[in-house]
Every structure is written in structure tokens, then in C-alpha cells.
Design a protein around this ligand. Structure first.
Ligand SMILES: Nc1ncnc2c1ncn2[C@@H]1O[C@H](COP(=O)(O)OP(=O)(O)OP(=O)(O)O)[C@@H](O)[C@H]1O
Length: 654
């Protein structure tokens, strides 16, 4: 741990591997275990590749097998050439005798080179497709899970690590091809050596084994170091990002935080550099030891081969071929160990991706279910109870209410009363633990959820600010609606975002993101108008609006509430969650949530007359507008117009 880690982060940063099935699995793995896992890894790679591009996979397979055969044939031809050259007779005659094998050897070398380039081209075609297929597999699985899974911390970490799996899948193709290639060349060399003389095969193993061991040690040490240092690296790149980010720029300058962070950035980088140097030293030592052992084995081999030749057990041509086969074979074995190690490492990440896909399938929103009426008129809660997994107490407990088209329903209550949770149940995003949510009598648990979502529009406080054009930011409320620019513009106008959109440098085509060149940014209140325009464009039967106006100025807020109320019509229900009591006065029905229960319900007048919680909350806010206690009636009525955003006439949007 570095002093900077202690000072900035309160202690050593460790990679959270709780989610991962391969926590340090690779460390201490033996060559035998890697070899045993090999068929499974190859099968996994083949499955991914077959899904991505079957044709390219066949091409790669055939080209690799062809190269293996070419390598074996090449060695046999070397043996024939040497046999002819080292035979008896005139030099010219011996050369003549070697010619056919030499020509055949040339042809085989050309065929081998062609097959290698064919394999390279097909692998290059396959790799991006495998990455895309793997990405699509987990993205489409994650997009379809219940909201409750997305909010679950464990599942979130699975999603994060699955993201690494897709690029690993891509690299697995290349590593798989190298492994198969090395394996086949090695088999060719081993086969030829065995045929030449049985004692030659152990010689190959003797020379190659130390290099294999060295490669394995180096890879494992690197992996262990990466696992240990990954958080440290992430932290120092985090500091780098904050040093240059737009958000932190004012504080960096005014508070002088730049020099402070730079100092820690340098200190943390120095630690990482020391680790890299240590790894390099260890690697150099291991490789030197492996080379020494391998060299020793080579000396023993050449001596043994010499003795075999001298004693007449092996003729010169065979010995010559053996030298070639042993040299190519031992180089191939070294490459095999490296690619096998890489394959093992990558396959662990791909296994995490597969794990995420499997978990996502278990938590997917069911497809199909009971059909809803085309135009649902009422959603009813019956004794609904709901709790989050990490909380003992339920957030909603025995909630009964109803929401009807043609009405504005308001939900009020203190922070943490359960209002937003209730909205998510209304939207069909969460299912009750007990009780029922009925869509025109159809239980949400059995209902076709796609049909539920089709009738819902959402505007939340933290609605998405897509880093795309203003038009797309509105159109994305109903991506399947075949509306053109006129409809989008009309939605913007109806939501009070007309002047805003018109004032943008390229109107609806203006990119609302400073991340890209030529992009513009909006203020919080301007973004909220875009959010309302999106809801307007969606044109849903049940419009759920959760704290929509927190960033609007007072005039714009009043106009926005008027507009939201105006959206209710015979064909639409508006449900409004807000802390602004003035905004709920004209709601048709108001529910007061307290501690997850409906404490009161009724109209504004009924609730005031009851003198309960609602009346107290209303009086508390009204008191802020003037000195001394005020009657609720003294609260200023919402004005219907304001210079910031002229409201559309009620109902004009439809
Ligand atoms: N995803 C979640 N996981 C666990 N607990 C949650 C989650 N979302 C909300 N809660 C908890 O549930 C309770 C109700 O939260 P909710 O957001 O529904 O309240 P709210 O009435 O909308 O509050 P606010 O007025 O502050 O927006 C809170 O105590 C909150 O901490």
C-alpha cells in the first residue's frame, strides 16, 4: 500500500472479486490442470465462433489442419532430401536424386504459407463478430431483466465483469487459433520424430519443458500482479480524469486541488512503476533459468544424437531431420504454453460473461402473459406490500388505491415515504410481494408486461439525458412511433420547450452533449422541459410524473404543473408525485403516504377539512410565502403564464 492510497482512499485498494468465479483461480494452476481444461475452453471458443460466423470458423479450422499436415509432410521431405544428399554416388547424381523432394518441399512450403494467410484473413473476420455476438448476448440478456435485478448490487457487479468478457471472447479466437496451430505443428514434429527413432521424442520434451515452465511462471506472476494492482491503477487513472474533468475544473483552480492531486498521481504512478520493474526482473531471472536448463538439455540431446550416429543406430539423414524437428518442435512448445496460458486467462472472463447471461435469464421479465384491454381505464392496488431485498421493513405495506383515466391523481408524503417505489409498481417495473396490482382486473403478475409498458409514460426527476440530438431526446419517448420532425416539434411546443428548441444552434438536430464536437449543453431546467416533451411525445395512457419540476424556476414550475394537469383527458391518467403542495390542489384525488401506508386520501378540500397530515404539510409550505400563520386559501394560485415558458392551452397538445 502506498502513502497516497492511505491518504486519499483510507487504506489499500483491493479488487472486489466476490462476484467473480475465477478469483485468483489462475494462480498456482499447473500445466496439467491447464491441459485438462483445454478441451472445455476450445469447445467454448468454438461455440462462440460458430454462433458468430460458421463459414469463417470452418475456413480457419481447415486452414489450421492443412498447416499441420504441411508441417509433417515438410519434415518427411527434409528427411528424403537429406537421405538423398548424404547417400553414396556422384555429387551430381545425389543432387539429382534430392531434386523431386526439394521441389515437393517448396510446393508444401507455398501451400503452408497460403493456408496461414487464409487462416489469418478468416480469423480477422471472425474476431470482431465473436466480440459483437458476445456483447449482444449479455446486453440483450441484461436489458430484459426485472428492475429489481438491475438495482441489486450483486447483479450489477456481474454486469460490470461481463463487460470484460466480450473483449476476452475476441482475444480467445486468436489465442485458440495459435494454440491449435502450435499443437498441430508439435504433433507433426513429434509424429515424425517417433517414426524416425523412438528415443528422439523424449529428447524434444527434455529441451522444451524448461521453456514451457518458464512461460507459465511468467504469465502467472503477471496475472497475480494484475489482480493485486488493478484497483491501484484504476484509482490513479481516476485521479487523472478528475484533474482534467470539466466538473472539477473550478475547484481544481480556486482551491488549488490540482497540485495536491498531481502529487498523489505521481506517487501512485511511481509505485506502479516499481511493481512493473519487479515483474521485469523476475521475468528476466525465470527466462534465464529456463534458457540455461533448456540449453543443458540441448547439449545432452546433441551428445546422445552423436552417439546414436557413431554407433550406427541412426543414419546421418535421420539425425539431420531430427535436428530440424527438435528445433522447430521446441520453439512450438514454448509458443503453445504461452497461448494456452492466455487462453486460460481469457476463458475465465468469458465464463463470467456466460454466468451473467445465465443469471439474467433467471431474472428476466417474463415474455407474454394475459392480454390487457387495448385501452385500460383503471389500475387498482389491493393491499400491496413491497420491500427491497436489503431491508427488513417493507417500504409499502397494505397500500390500496386506484388510478383512473380522465383523472389527475397526486401522491404526497415525506422523504422516504415510498412514493417513488409506488410509481415503479404502478409502471409495472416492480411486482408486489403480496397483494395485487390490477390493470382493468388483470393481475400484474400474470399480465403481458410488454402491454403494460406500452400504456405507461414516465417522467422522473433523474430522467435520462441522452447524449444525442434534441430531436432524438424527444423521439426516444416512443421510438417505434412513425412520427416525423413536425410531431417532435409539436411535442416540444406543447411541453413548453418550443422556444428552447428553436433557440438551439441547429434546432432539433442540435447535439445535446459537450462530449462530442459541436455539442451544446442545457441547464437543469431546460433539460426538464425536454423530459416533459419526451413524455408528451410518448402519448401514453398512464403518465407517471415523479418530481418533475425540481430544477425549474418558479414561473416555469407553475407553467409546467399547469401543462401536466392539462395532459389528463378522458383517455389519459396523470399520476403526480411532488413535494410542491400547491401543485396538487387541483388533483382529482390525493393520496398521502406515511411510512409506506396510505394515511389519508381525498380531494384537496376534503383533506384540508380533515385537518390531518395533509393539512399540516400544506400549512407548513403556505407559511413560507408570508409572515405569520396563513390559511391555505391565502397561498397564491398558480399563474397560467410566464415569460420563461408560455404554457400551451390546456388540452391543446392532443
Ligand atoms: N433500490 C432500492 N434498494 C433499497 N432500498 C431502496 C431502494 N429504493 C428506495 N429504497 C428505500 O425505500 C424507501 C422509500 O424510498 P422511495 O424512493 O420510494 O421514497 P420517496 O417517498 O419517493 O422518497 P423521496 O421523497 O425522498 O423521493 C427509502 O427508505 C429508500 O431508502
Amino acid at each position: 500500500m502506498s502513502a497516497s492510497e492511505e491518504e486519499l482512499f483510507g487504506g489499500p485498494l483491493r479488487y472486489d472479486t466476490g462476484w467473480s468465479r475465477h478469483e485468483y483461480a489462475f494462480e498456482g494452476q499447473t500445466l496439467g490442470a491447464t491441459l485438462r481444461a483445454f478441451p472445455g475452453m476450445v469447445a467454448g471458443t468454438l461455440r462462440l465462433a460458430a454462433r458468430a460466423d460458421r463459414g469463417a470458423l470452418w475456413t480457419v479450422g481447415a486452414a489450421e489442419v492443412g498447416q499441420g499436415v504441411a508441417a509433417a509432410v515438410g519434415l518427411v521431405l527434409v528427411n528424403q532430401v537429406l537421405g538423398a544428399l548424404l547417400g553414396t554416388g556422384e555429387v551430381a547424381g545425389r543432387l539429382h536424386g534430392a531434386l523431386p523432394a526439394l521441389v515437393a518441399g517448396g510446393v508444401v512450403a507455398v501451400v503452408g504459407a497460403l493456408l496461414a494467410s487464409l487462416s489469418t484473413a478468416a480469423t480477422g473476420r471472425l474476431e470482431p463478430k465473436v466480440e459483437r455476438t458476445a456483447n449482444e448476448r449479455y446486453l440483450s440478456a441484461v436489458v430484459a431483466v426485472e428492475l429489481e435485478a438491475v438495482e441489486d448490487g450483486e447483479f450489477r457487479r456481474l454486469i460490470d465483469v461481463a463487460d470484460l468478457g466480450a473483449s476476452s471472447a475476441r482475444r480467445m479466437v486468436g489465442q485458440g487459433v495459435s494454440t491449435v496451430n502450435s499443437l498441430l505443428s508439435l504433433l507433426a514434429a513429434a509424429g515424425v520424430l517417433t517414426v524416425l527413432h523412438p528415443v528422439l521424442l523424449p529428447m524434444l520434451v527434455l529441451i522444451a519443458a524448461p521453456r514451457g515452465w518458464g512461460a507459465m511462471r511468467v504469465t502467472q506472476r503477471r496475472y497475480a500482479s494484475v489482480m493485486l494492482w488493478v484497483e491501484h491503477r484504476r484509482a490513479s487513472s481516476l485521479i487523472g480524469r478528475h484533474l482534467t474533468s470539466r466538473e472539477s475544473a473550478p475547484e481544481i483552480r480556486v482551491h488549488g486541488a490540482g497540485a495536491f492531486l498531481l502529487r498523489h498521481f505521481r506517487a501512485m504512478a511511481a509505485n506502479a512503476e516499481a511493481e512493473q520493474a519487479r515483474l521485469a526482473r523476475e521475468r528476466a531471472g525465470t527466462e534465464l533459468a529456463a534458457a540455461a536448463l533448456s540449453g543443458l538439455a540441448m547439449v545432452v540431446t546433441w551428445v546422445a544424437l552423436g552417439l546414436l550416429v557413431v554407433s550406427g543406430r541412426v543414419d546421418l539423414a535421420v539425425a539431420g531431420t531430427a535436428v530440424v524437428a527438435i528445433r522447430t518442435g521446441s520453439a512450438t512448445l514454448g509458443a503453445l504454453v504461452v497461448s494456452l496460458n492466455n487462453l486460460t486467462e481469457e476463458s475465465l472472463y468469458v465464463a463470467d460473461l456466460e454466468n451473467c447471461v445465465a443469471r439474467a435469464a433467471e431474472r428476466a421479465i417474463p415474455v407474454g402473459g394475459a392480454a390487457l384491454p387495448a385501452k385500460v381505464a383503471e389500475v387498482r392496488f389491493e393491499e400491496v406490500r413491497f420491500g427491497y431485498p436489503d431491508r427488513a421493513e417493507p417500504v409499502l405495506d397494505g397500500v390500496s388505491l386506484r388510478v383512473r383515466t380522465g383523472e389527475v391523481t397526486a401522491v404526497v408524503g415525506e422523504n422516504g415515504a415510498g412514493k417513488s417505489t409506488l410509481m415503479k409498481l404502478l409502471a409495472g417495473l416492480l411486482l408486489p410481494a403480496s397483494g395485487r396490482v390490477l390493470w382493468d382486473g388483470v393481475d400484474l403478475r400474470e399480465a403481458d408486461r410488454a402491454q403494460v409498458f406500452a400504456q405507461v409514460g414516465l417522467v422522473t426527476q433523474d430522467f435520462e439525458r441522452w447524449p444525442m440530438t434534441a430531436g432524438t431526446n424527444i423521439r426516444i419517448g416512443a421510438p417505434d412511433r412513425p412520427g416525423g420532425a413536425a410531431e417532435v416539434h409539436e411535442a416540444a411546443r406543447a411541453a413548453g420547450a418550443g422556444p428552447l428548441v428553436d433557440g438551439l444552434p441547429r434546432g432539433l438536430d442540435t447535439l445535446l452533449s459537450r462530449v462530442f464536437k459541436g455539442g451544446s449543453d442545457l441547464s437543469g431546467g431546460q433539460w426538464q422541459r425536454i423530459g416533459l416533451a419526451r413524455a408528451e411525445y410518448r402519448d401514453a395512457r398512464f403518465l407517471l410524473v415523479d418530481e418533475p419540476t425540481s430544477a425549474l424556476d418558479p414561473e416555469a414550475e407553475i407553467a409546467a404543473f399547469d401543462r401536466i394537469r392539462g395532459l389528463a383527458g378522458p383517455d389519459r391518467a396523470v399520476v403526480l408525485v411532488t413535494h410542491r403542495m400547491a401543485a396538487v390542489r387541483r388533483a382529482d384525488r390525493i393520496y398521502v403516504l406515511d411510512g409506506g401506508r396510505v394515511a389519508e386520501e381525498g380531494t384537496h378540500d376534503q383533506l384540508l377539512a380533515a385537518g390531518g397530515r395533509y393539512a399540516a404539510m400544506y400549512a407548513a409550505q403556505a407559511a413560507q410565502y408570508g409572515p405569520g400563520p396563513q390559511s391555505p386559501q391565502a397561498l397564491p394560485l398558480p399563474r397560467r403564464s410566464g415569460p420563461a415558458a408560455p404554457p400551451a392551452p390546456a388540452g391543446s397538445s392532443r
